[in-house]
Design a protein around this ligand. Sequence first.
Ligand SMILES: *[C@@H]1O[C@H](CO)[C@@H](O)[C@H](O)[C@H]1NC(C)=O
Length: 315
Amino acid sequence: MKFFTTAVALAATLSAAYAQNGYKGFNSGSTFSNGQNKQQVDFAYEMRAAQQLPGTNGAWTSMRLYTMIQGGTTNTPISAIPAAIETKSTLLLGLWASAPADQFQNEVTALTNAINQYGTAFTDLVTGISVGSEDLYRNSVNEVGASPQQIVDYVSKVRSAIAGTSLAGKPVGHVDTWNAFTNSANSAVISAIDFLGMDAYPYYQTSEPGGNGIGNANATFWKSYTATQAVAQGKPVWVTETGWPIIGDTLGQAVAGTDNAEVYWKETICGFTAKGINMYYFQLQSAQGQQVNPDWGIKPAGDVVQEPVRFDVSC
Ligand SMILES: *[C@@H]1O[C@H](CO)[C@@H](O)[C@H](O)[C@H]1NC(C)=O
């Protein structure tokens, strides 16, 4: 009887955790790697390029952002918003949270300004709102991050800011590495949010039993996802960053390259999206303006939508 109850409870937890919307998109920073600020035309270009990926039936229609603030301004809403309205894309919003309260307030002000300026044309496109990105991970390795208490506080500030607006009711979450979520020191963040945005890169998991070669990557990714689900308090776990580099150093058994990136896409990305789990890949384009290491772009940086994809991204 006890076993039966546990089994039923587990099944209920799994089905709740798998209640997802099937969003598919790419991550997009507010600047190019040479520091230049992206403008509306740049975001619109990326959105169209994603929608026109061959063999995907226009399914890659979402974009995840890291900040609400247009580059070069104090609190002007990011121009990805009018670009999303223009291209009929959806947005996973992000507020940069590894910052003191006065700077975080600029993120909240930009969010509020966006609601006032664009109204439901904007808010109808929002898939979710992430307070922070890998802040707990950076905090754990003594880089500029944020404590769990700070993230909980910022989540409540965002909830207050959207209460009574057309964004009320949108899920408020946090994005971090899978092992920041499984670290029990951070569990207060999980209690405070509506969804977990999980970042996981098997390429970097050099101490994984079975190795970090491409042959073990799908299994490693699933392991990270299930481990995150196990601490998610029944809340949905979205995939907010993952990918395999096209160019980069060999790390342990992990070898960068187009062939391996294609294997990762076919096995892991196709497998997850087939289950309808929300997926934000890292990333669509190579860095513009300079070669970076590692380089995750499934397309070269380019000015035309027709720039070829590096491998077959159909599932
Ligand atoms: C990826 O791993 C999951 C979990 O073990 C498994 O169900 C799935 O079949 C694997 N996919 C491939 C293509 O091997």
